[in-house]
Ligand binder design. Structure first.
Ligand code: C2O
Length: 560
């Protein structure tokens, strides 16, 4: 860990942040654009991501593990749909076996896109789901139990083995990609075993390429086992998926929607995903509270596709639109197969385009953390993050569908940041119920090309607090006070925070607050906006859905 200046946390943190002292001058745009006053918020220096959401106590750090012995009732949102319990069945042996890689002589499964794979192949997936659904609920390979795995890892059913008072939650952190990869690995092998087809591979729903941007019709046929009645009826095919969906139908043309989707993909895969923690999510170690901060792709398109699929008329947007029930929809698995493919794509783009930061963490706390699954022989297996980094070793790969979003670097809109005179002051923490503009001072103006290659300038939005039962979205615009004028998904729309509804009841009957953070990468953005030489960055926060509080904004430089 090399920190040339400033303070670094003494622990082995993957995200080493240096060059502190981002002081934000805080200004506020009222909808009437009244007279401006500037105020300065008293922000504390930013130390490192490790400290931002931890329990703050001693004894924090190390890899995270879970155990069947401490699995308990989930925390469910109001008016949940049954079942109300999601811990896996007890294992016949007392302890899980350790995962071993499959025989390298096994056939390499090839995961193919749903829209291009053909009927015969989709019929296999359909049969696999039917076979899983036909197993008794007590069978760990049954569809019922497969769906429950997701519930158990995101509703507080599983505890942290070393800190049973704390939840294991695999979203909102660096476990997002590896957990879901391991989950699909076992799902796929169980399907192959039940089908008696050793090379069976999960199809993927490639909503990131124009030909895949609709719900595949196989899933909308009400007599198919792939059908789930608990979905948004408006989003049956041929409705185009909206990768920025948050409950409101847009009136874009198909062409505009495709462009919007591709630009969103570009931002989440390239512009905003320049470092391991920006793409994967923030470090989450034993003894820390959960949800330290999600990565780009988890926020959108991952969360947005979940919400787009679920039934918006239900309190919690079941099944896909909320964590506890998402795995009950057979579309969940092809959706996550695509998410898994994007992890491969992110690394591949890094290698082919020279993006230095598109590499995985090497932090042992990440690599050694583990999850529990039943395998195709109904054995309980403990698998680590380090076990799932190489898909070929896991004996599968993805068929190419192209990456059309690589060329979708969004355009800038001119003259949208001219109204600095029309501002008034505001203080943090901030309740975001109106559009707010914050001027954030950059610790260093005009980085050299060399500096930019070595580190990423990052806007950190800390202490994002929302009511757990609500779906929440807000947009972050940079240097665009007149954000309404920004082109559809234009460059100035730097990022969006988006989260699914969460459990409300924490066991004591009290309401539950979600607290997390978010990051927006600035190197490429400021270059495109021609703002490299500016002393400040103007950040406009636009609430879109739900209530949200924000503790602070700051700019830091990150090296990973
Ligand atoms: Cu674990 Cu797509 O959520």
């Amino acid at each position: 860990m090399a920190c040339s200046r400033g303070a670094c946390a003494p622990l082995a943190v993957a995200a080493c942040v240096f060059l502190l002292c981002a002081v934000a001058t805080v200004v506020y745009t009222s909808s009437s654009l009244s007279t401006a006053l500037l105020a300065v918020s008293g922000l504390r220096p930013y130390i490192a991501s490790l400290t931002t959401n931890g329990s703050g106590g001693t004894n924090v750090g190390g890899s995270l593990h879970t155990s069947l012995h401490t699995c308990r009732k989930p925390k469910l949102p109001p008016n949940p749909l049954p079942p109300f319990y999601c811990c896996p069945p007890a294992s016949s042996s007392s302890e899980p076996i350790h995962f071993t890689l499959p025989d390298p002589a096994e056939p390499l499964r090839v995961r193919r896109p749903v829209h291009a794979v053909g009927e015969e192949y989709m019929a296999k997936y359909e049969r696999a789901i039917a076979l899983m659904k036909a197993l008794p609920h007590t069978d760990p390979r049954s569809f019922y139990q497969m769906a429950n795995i997701h519930c158990a890892y995101c509703t507080g059913s599983y505890r942290q083995t070393t800190h049973p008072e704390l939840d294991m939650q695999i979203h909102f952190s660096w476990f997002f990609f590896p957990f879901h990869r391991a989950y699909l690995y076992f799902f796929e092998r169980i399907a192959a075993k039940l089908l008696g087809e050793p090379d069976f591979a999960l199809p993927f729903w490639s909503w990131d390429v124009p030909d895949g941007m609709r719900m595949p019709p196989e899933f909308a046929n009400s007599s198919s086992p792939l059908y789930d009645p608990v979905r948004n009826p408006r989003h049956r095919p041929p409705s185009l998926v909206d990768l920025g969906f948050v409950g409101v139908e847009s009136n874009r043309t198909d062409e505009q929607q495709i462009q919007h989707n591709l630009r969103t993909m570009y931002k989440q895969m390239i512009g905003n995903a320049a470092l391991p923690s920006l793409f994967h999510g923030q470090p989450f170690r034993a003894g820390q509270s959960d949800k330290p901060g999600p990565g780009t792709v988890e926020l959108s398109p991952h969360n947005t596709v979940h919400t787009w699929t679920g039934d918006i008329a239900l309190t919690n947007v079941e099944n896909m639109g909320t964590y506890y029930s998402a795995g009950r929809d057979p579309l969940f698995y092809p959706h996550h197969s695509n998410i898994d493919r994007l992890w491969e794509a992110w690394r591949e783009v890094g290698a082919t385009h020279g993006y230095r930061g598109h590499v995985d963490f090497t932090d042992p706390d990440w690599l050694d953390s583990s999850f529990l699954f039943y395998d195709e022989e109904s054995r309980l297996v403990r698998i680590t993050v380090g076990d799932v980094l190489d898909t070929e070793k896991l004996r599968y790969k993805f068929d190419g569908v192209g990456m059309p979003w690589l060329d979708a670097r969004p355009p800038t809109t001119s003259n949208v940041s001219k109204n600095k005179a029309l501002l008034k002051s505001v203080r943090f923490p901030l309740s975001l119920h109106k559009v707010v503009t914050v001027e954030v001072r950059r610790p260093q103006v005009l980085q050299s090309t060399q500096e930019k290659e070595a580190r990423e300038e990052v806007l950190v939005i800390e202490g994002i607090e929302t009511d757990g039962t609500e779906m929440v979205k807000f947009d972050i615009y940079v240097n665009a006070m007149e954000h309404e004028k920004v082109e559809l998904s234009g460059r100035e729309l730097a990022g969006s925070y988006m989260c699914l509804s969460h459990p409300r009841i924490d066991g004591t009957g009290k309401g539950m607050i979600v607290e997390t953070s978010m990051r927006v990468a600035l190197n490429e953005l400021l270059e495109d906006l021609n703002a490299d030489g500016n002393e400040t960055v103007t950040v406009t926060l636009v609430p879109r859905h739900g209530k949200v509080k924000i503790r602070s904004l700051r700019i830091v430089y990150m090296v990973e």
